[in-house]
Design a protein. Structure first.
Length: 1049
């Protein structure tokens, strides 16, 4: 026996236990140090290959924005290097463009290139628009926290001013905080309201007032003054310091005299027009959002913000009448999700330890095996820190999935050493011999585990971004467990002695003995008719294969995560006021509260707010409902939404359309569309597109499995159009630009200057009084030019007519062509794959005019690409696992034997999906790929021992039966520890579990079924693939390559 002893590292560790323990302690200390430096977040860092451009010009109609802004920018962005497409959404006063690239593109390089293209496009844009904003689509830009500031004593103007000037500034200097943005409320402005009659009588126009304000309210540098050997700078000080001083500015009359501005216009200190309202739990207020720096820790940022808020209250820096409500806090869901993942990992580890103890009956042996879990995790933390990973749902989930697998190698090592000890072999050399026997299967099993998943580390796309860190973490932990198995375990186990089994162990031993009494005769019988066993297994595989093909219709790209947030969108008929919209929104708020399980309701009525970006849309509003944590409610977010929509339907609110859906995890975008199902039609004419969109939407309404059916062209706006009589305008010396500016001043006004008070600048807006502009006739009475000399006064009605027209509220474009998009959300009754498959069949005969194209978009496109990707990875995993085993055995026969058992694990996967009613999603496919590398482990252990017995002179059938009897216990032990280690995740309990539950279910059921395959089918396959003459004679095949024994042994 001593002559064949090998062992390499294990032998060294057996003879150097102190060194081994100290090196292990070093790994643990470094692990704790690395853990303290890992950032915490919900998901891995996701930087989408996408660049956004936003342009704002309030009040500009949709058609004009498309023609003058969107088209110009699209033409330049479309030729950005490596771009794959450009999409745009144009609405009144705003244009948003999205530039897409392939995953893997350096987005910083793309941003620089796109910025250059945008600079070129600026030359063709109107001079009146705000500078375009270009940015990366980085989920780190999503607000970490949101508050609503309210007060029963302060008006919205005063409250907004205090929030802007005082409250928000308290948070700007906090570590990790990138920006603090304020939205809602009423922004203070000074309004100059001209008296048109007074101006006309004096021969002045509104432009004369604008000029007087701009020239009279300015500071200008005046150069340097040398005096008595000293140098002084000088300036002309003309800035107004108060509203009264602004009203006193002189305005020059045509006769050379001057009058104060206040005699020609009303100068008042007020606020911007109220076009949008913010509310939280029924109380009006001002919204404040906190954004973190891209690399900052979400939980840490939330902690410092909460701490600063506590300090403000403690020092009474927040007035008693002001209330600050926390609307959202991303760290809460992050904490809950990570706590649940950590709990699942800890529970899985304890369950695995119980299985080990039940089999071993030795506290010492259980602790030796169990030590692999914390030590491997500590080593993994070091590797994560070196790799720049964060502590997130995927990395913690990877550890939770892997805790049961971490003890597999140590079980095989310890079980073999103790078996030798039970057979009377003691001493360090005997332990080295035992370690040498299992070195090969341990390395082979670990290599196959890694070979199956390593290709995942090199793929791109959303699947790669999401799951790469999970794969990396599991791989690192498995490698760490291999190191523990061949170092610490033999060093500790070599000095032990078999212990008296406990009552639990004796019970388990009786169960195993009973299983052996049933199992060994089965193997013996099937070994004599191996073909029959294989035929039965193939028939079973064919049946479940057909069932699996059926399951492929029930597909989803990613599971829906229940973070308790519900987004409600309200679309009202055009022409309504903000007051009418607000009354409707309050009714919808009351319905949500009546549903129950509501923690808070945040409302934006009359538009949309994101930080300082504020869009006024009088016929649109949104409600964000935050439900109580999932553990505290009986309904899922999907069920809550369904109940809410039924309640809204019963309320029969006229004149509005209401769409509600789970908001999903912030920053995780699986599609370019807002909903899962998206059908797009491309064509030139907006009216035709609207008609096609309505036909498609009508066909989708009422279909099972769908809700929130709408199309992007269904909203029509009413607007006033100024029809210019160009001939008459030319006669009177008026051009279209002057008319447009006059309309702008009359309706919204223009910012002409500002004044500074208490170190804060406030805009000065010139506009006509609201009471004067209340009808088309009043618009036509707007003064363009006053009477001067021999020229009569010119009014808008002299050169144009104001008429009411309809126009699209929104224009969508893709790759510089107009589109209409029909969207629908899934109710949960049917999967994405089932819905799209039915729609494709029904739309085959859908008629389109010439020049129009219909195609599917949304999550289905990602699903198709993902399916192609995972099938490719599965094939690559099969090949690499086979290569690893062929290299290990230096033979093709045994790897073929082992690989032929892999497809049968799919039977377990199908059973798991049917039992849990889960759709086929990307996490399931990931589980299938991981199974390829794991299910071969039991077969490797079995085949290795068969080969060992044959080398000792045993015939094939006797070797198969003998190996089956001896390897049943370790196979049961390793499989059960892995399965129970994953079972907490497979149960899908708690926040954040939805993403990893399908993966865990796939692996649990796949491993359980593959265990039976390894025990019953592999022996028959092994016998069938042996030459006939070898089935009755001892083998002469060499064992798998072993490391050379150390020198001097």
């Amino acid at each position: 026996m001593r002559a064949v002893r090998r062992g390499g590292v294990a032998v060294w560790c057996i003879h150097h236990p102190v060194s081994t323990v100290m090196l292990t302690a070093t790994a643990i200390v470094l692990g704790f140090f690395a853990l303290s430096r890992l950032s915490i977040d919900l998901l891995p860092q996701l930087i989408y290959p996408q660049i956004g451009v936003r342009i704002l010009e309030p009040g500009v109609p949709t058609n004009i924005m498309e023609d003058q802004v969107t088209r110009q920018i699209e033409e330049q962005l479309a030729i950005t290097e490596d771009s794959t497409g450009v999409e745009s959404t144009t609405s009144e006063g705003s244009a948003e463009l999205e530039l897409y690239f392939d995953y893997g593109k350096d987005i910083d390089v793309a941003l620089r290139d796109a910025s250059t293209r945008l600079d070129r496009a600026k030359r063709f844009l109107p001079t009146t628009i705000d500078p375009p904003i270009i940015f990366k689509r980085d989920p780190a830009q999503i607000p970490v926290m949101e508050f609503v500031v309210s007060s029963p004593l302060r008006g919205m103007t005063e409250l907004r001013t205090w929030t802007d000037d005082v409250f928000a500034k308290y948070f700007l200097n906090l570590p990790g905080v990138a920006s603090v943005e304020v939205g809602g409320g009423l922004v203070r402005e000074v309004h100059v309201l001209p008296d048109q009659r007074r101006l006309s009588g004096l021969g002045l126009s509104i432009e004369d007032l604008v000029t007087a304000i701009q020239r009279g309210n300015v500071d200008a540098p005046a150069g340097r003054l040398q005096m008595a050997g000293q140098q002084y700078t000088s300036r002309t000080s003309g800035r107004v310091q108060s509203v009264a001083e602004l009203g006193a500015l002189p305005v020059r009359l045509p006769d050379g005299t001057a009058v104060p501005l206040a005699e020609l216009a009303e100068v008042i200190d007020r606020h911007e027009d109220e076009r949008i309202r913010v509310r939280y739990n029924g109380t009006p207020g001002v919204r404040i959002t906190v954004q973190k720096q891209p690399t900052a820790n979400t939980v840490d940022v939330a902690e410092v913000v909460n701490a600063r808020l506590g300090v403000l209250y403690e020092r009474q820096l927040v007035p008693e009448d002001v209330r600050v409500d926390k609307v959202s806090d991303q760290s809460v869901y992050v904490r809950h999700s990570l706590d649940n993942a950590a709990t699942a990992a800890l529970t899985g580890a304890l369950l695995a330890m119980l299985i080990v103890y039940a089999f071993l009956g030795s506290v010492r042996g259980t602790l030796i095996i169990g030590s692999a879990i914390p030590i491997s995790i500590m080593i993994t933390f070091v590797i994560m820190a070196l790799g720049g990973l964060s502590l997130n749902l995927m990395t913690l989930g990877g550890l939770a999935l892997g805790v049961g697998m971490l003890v597999d190698n140590t079980i095989v090592m310890l079980e073999n050493i103790e078996r030798h000890q039970r057979e009377g072999e003691y001493g360090l050399d005997a332990a080295a011999d035992a370690a040498a026997e299992v070195n090969s299967p341990i390395i082979a099993a670990t290599s196959t585990n890694l070979a199956a998943v390593v290709p995942f580390l090199f793929i791109s796309g959303l699947v790669g971004l999401l799951f790469r860190e999970l794969i990396f973490t599991i791989s690192a932990a498995i490698v760490a467990s291999l190191l523990v198995a061949v170092t610490l375990v033999p060093a500790l186990a070599a000095r032990g002695r078999p212990t008296r089994p406990s009552a639990v162990t004796r019970f388990v031993q009786r169960l195993v003995a009973g299983a052996q009494a049933i199992y060994v005769p089965l193997v013996s019988a099937s070994a004599r008719v191996p073909a029959l066993s294989v035929i039965v297994a193939l028939a079973l595989l064919a049946g479940f294969g057909a069932l699996f093909a059926h399951l492929t219709g029930k597909q989803a790209f990613l599971p829906t995560m229940d973070d308790g947030r519900v987004q409600v969108q309200i679309f009202a008929d055009p022409g309504g006021s903000l007051e009418e919209m607000d009354r409707t929104v309050r009714r919808l708020e009351d319905i949500a509260v009546a549903q129950g399980d509501v923690e808070g309701i945040s409302v934006v009525a009359g538009g949309f707010i994101f930080g300082r970006t504020q869009r006024e849309r009088p016929n649109r509003s949104s409600i964000a409902v935050q439900l109580v944590p999932v553990e505290a409610r009986t309904l899922s977010v999907e069920a809550w939404v369904s109940g809410y929509m039924r309640a809204v339907a019963r309320a029969q609110i006229a004149g509005v359309k209401v769409f509600a859906r789970p908001a999903g995890v912030r920053g995780l975008r699986t599609t370019r569309s807002d909903e899962e199902v998206s059908i797009r039609v491309q064509g030139p004419d907006l009216e035709v597109l609207a008609q096609i969109g309505e036909r498609l939407a009508e066909g989708l309404r009422g279909r099972p499995g769908l809700r929130n059916v709408k199309h992007t062209a269904e909203e029509i706006r009413q607007e006033f159009a100024v029809r210019v009589d160009r001939g008459r305008a030319a006669e009177l010396g008026v051009d279209v630009t002057q008319i447009g500016r006059a309309m702008k001043i009359a309706l919204d006004g223009i910012i002409v200057s500002d004044f500074i008070e208490n170190d804060r600048a406030y805009d000065v807006r010139v506009r006509l009084p609201r009471r004067m502009i209340d009808s088309p006739a009043a618009l036509e009475a707007v003064l363009l030019f006053s009477a001067q000399n021999d020229r009569h006064a010119v009014y808008l009605g002299d050169v144009a007519r104001v008429v009411l027209v309809t126009a699209p509220a929104e224009i969508r474009r893709e790759n510089q062509r107009r589109i209409v998009e029909v969207e629908a959300a899934l109710t949960g009754e049917l999967s994405l794959g089932e819905v799209v498959r039915t729609l494709r069949d029904d739309l085959k005969d859908f008629e389109l005019p010439a020049g129009y194209t219909l195609y599917f978009s949304g999550a289905y496109e990602n699903l198709k690409k993902g399916n192609v990707l995972v099938l490719t990875l599965a094939g690559l995993a099969l090949f690499l696992v086979f290569v690893v085993m062929a290299v290990q055995y230096e033979s093709l026969r045994n790897p073929i034997v082992i690989m032929l058992g892999v497809p049968f694990a799919l039977i377990g996967v199908v059973i798991g999906l049917l039992v849990t009613d889960l759709p086929l999603s990307m996490p399931v496919w990931l589980g299938v790929i991981m199974l390829i590398g794991i299910v071969v482990n039991n077969a490797i252990v079995l085949v290795e021992y068969i080969e060992l017995l044959r080398q000792r002179g045993t015939a094939v059938i006797e070797a198969v039966v003998g190996a089956a009897r001896l390897r049943l216990r370790p196979i049961l032990m390793t499989t059960l520890t892995t399965v129970v280690g994953m079972s907490p995740l497979a149960l899908g309990l708690g926040a954040g579990s939805e993403m990893l539950q399908p993966l865990a279910v796939c692996m649990v059921f796949g491993l359980l079924f593959s265990m039976f395959v390894s025990l019953l089918l592999i022996p028959s396959i092994y016998i069938l693939l042996q030459p006939r003459r070898a089935r009755a004679a001892p083998a002469t095949i060499e064992p798998a390559a072993q490391p050379a024994p150390p020198q001097g042994r």
